[in-house]
Ligand binder design. Structure first.
Ligand code: EPZ
Length: 420
């Protein structure tokens, strides 16, 4: 398994680019299963996760052609099964459930199983499909769903906010007979991006970005070309990288409106953050001040930036209370940060971070995508040489990480281990 050797202590300066959003690209690719035409997606990042989704769509029998950052998805599914050996590699595979039911009236999707950050149930996905008229059974580790006469529009009320379940419901309801109302939906920019793409394909969706989405079902979806929005979590990660290294960084392609909660917190720590023509300009201002954060669905502080922000608080002036409310086990980075000298006490979903003047370099291990990158940020802030192992986690969500960070002064190299 590859690792990253990081020579810390260098402020990041200059410009860094942001790729297309992983968490927009994956549902958009799944929507390719729902169209009777061809869906052309631009700015699709080259990631392990997008490659997994390409393989899954091909396994369903679709034609999937990648030309650099453009994906063309067309054809009809000859196989309505999403098998365990593909689904277990990436939980977002469950996003094929809604499109398959919507277009073909049937789907057999392996239960995704949990991951490092939690059990990751899919009960809200199933409830949404049932509310749209599907008959769903769980058997042999699979979700077996049928809607022989097609889905029927209905009212889907989510007891708690779920990004993926919202996305599955949006795609399924787009092809249901009649009108649907989705209540207490996710409001993330990736939800809005999916609605914009579906509407370009002929869907009739309104209310996206608010907590209630209305959809008038149509008989079929057609051709569309859609550009994936920039990755706000990648952009937020680079903003924190600038703050933790005492740098001055222009993050190209970042939309401030997608990152208000993070920007507000970074400014409170003392950094300056300005929206400029082509992105976000972040300038550190000495040692960060500690601030408290609580993760929440959008527009709250993103859970996907919690680990990265914790790394920053590890070197802040004062103590910071970090409350993780979205996932039940998203502090896997804590013991690894502690190996670098961080002082963090965890009690359930709360981490109390006592800021230190500096961290010390150490060999550390990645456990999940965002925990991995928080270790990279911490290593960049130390004065020594650190090694982050198991960086296949990183490759799931960050494309060209070494090149991007290297282009703004970071000194890091990938150590190939030969066997994975
Ligand atoms: C999406 O996951 C993202 N992944 C996650 O990003 C992100 O952390 C999460 O949304 C929250 O913003 C993709 O978009 C591919 P949820 P998702 O359904 O859809 C519980 C990353 O690092 N829940 O909004 O799986 C769930 O356990 C990844 O890029 C149920 O109880 O998240 C969690 O506690 C990590 N039942 C909470 O809801 C369900 O049926 C929010 O999960 C579904 C979810």
């Amino acid at each position: 398994m590859d690792s990253l050797r990081i020579h810390g202590g260098v402020p990041l300066t200059g410009r860094i680019t942001v790729s297309g959003a992983k968490n927009a690209a994956l549902p958009l690719m799944a929507a390719g299963l729902a169209t009777s035409g061809t869906l052309t997606l631009e700015n699709v990042p080259r990631l392990v996760d997008t490659a997994s989704m390409e393989a899954l769509l091909a396994n369903h029998g679709l034609d999937v052609v990648r030309d650099d950052l453009t994906l063309r998805i067309g054809g009809a599914a000859s196989n309505l099964d999403a098998p365990y050996d593909l689904v277990r590699k990436m939980r977002a595979s469950v996003l094929v459930l809604g499109p398959l039911l919507g277009r073909y009236g049937e789907a057999r999707v392996s239960l995704p199983g949990g991951c490092a950050i939690g059990t990751r149930p899919v009960d809200l996905h199933i409830r949404a499909m049932q509310a749209l008229g599907a008959v769903v059974e769980l058997a042999d580790g699979y979700i077996q769903a049928r809607a022989p006469g097609g889905l029927t529009g209905g009212r889907v009320v989510f007891p708690n906010v779920s990004v993926g379940a919202t996305e599955n419901a949006m795609i399924a309801a787009s092809l249901a007979k009649g009108t649907s109302e989705l209540v207490n939906v996710a409001r993330e920019p990736e939800i809005v991006d999916l609605a914009v793409c579906l509407n370009a394909m002929g869907a009739r969706i309104t209310g996206h970005g608010s907590d209630t989405i209305r959809i008038e079902g149509v008989d079929s979806l057609g051709d569309a070309t859609h550009r994936v929005i920039p990755d706000r979590i990648e952009a937020g990660t680079w903003a924190i990288a600038a703050a933790i290294t005492g740098g001055d960084l222009l993050i190209e392609g970042a939309y401030q409106r997608h990152l208000d909660a993070l920007v507000d917190m970074l400014v409170e720590t003392g950094a300056s953050v300005d929206a400029v023509d082509d992105g976000l300009h972040v300038v550190a201002n000495g040692r960060p001040q500690s601030v408290d954060i609580t993760t929440d669905p959008f527009p709250g502080f993103p859970t996907d930036l919690q680990a990265q922000f914790m790394a920053l608080m590890c070197v802040a002036e004062g103590s910071s209370r970090i409350s993780e409310t979205v996932f039940e086990n998203r502090f896997m980075h804590v013991p690894e940060l502690a190996r670098m000298g961080a002082d963090i006490q965890v009690d359930g979903g709360i981490a109390l971070v006592r800021g230190q003047p500096s961290l010390t370099s150490a060999p550390v291990m990645a456990t999940d995508l965002r925990a991995s990158v928080s270790l990279v940020l911490a290593a960049l802030a130390t004065d020594g040489v650190s090694e982050v192992s198991r960086i296949y986690h990183l490759d799931r969500g960050y494309s060209d990480l070494e090149t991007k960070l290297g282009s703004c002064g970071a000194r890091l190299e990938r150590i190939r281990s030969g066997h994975d």
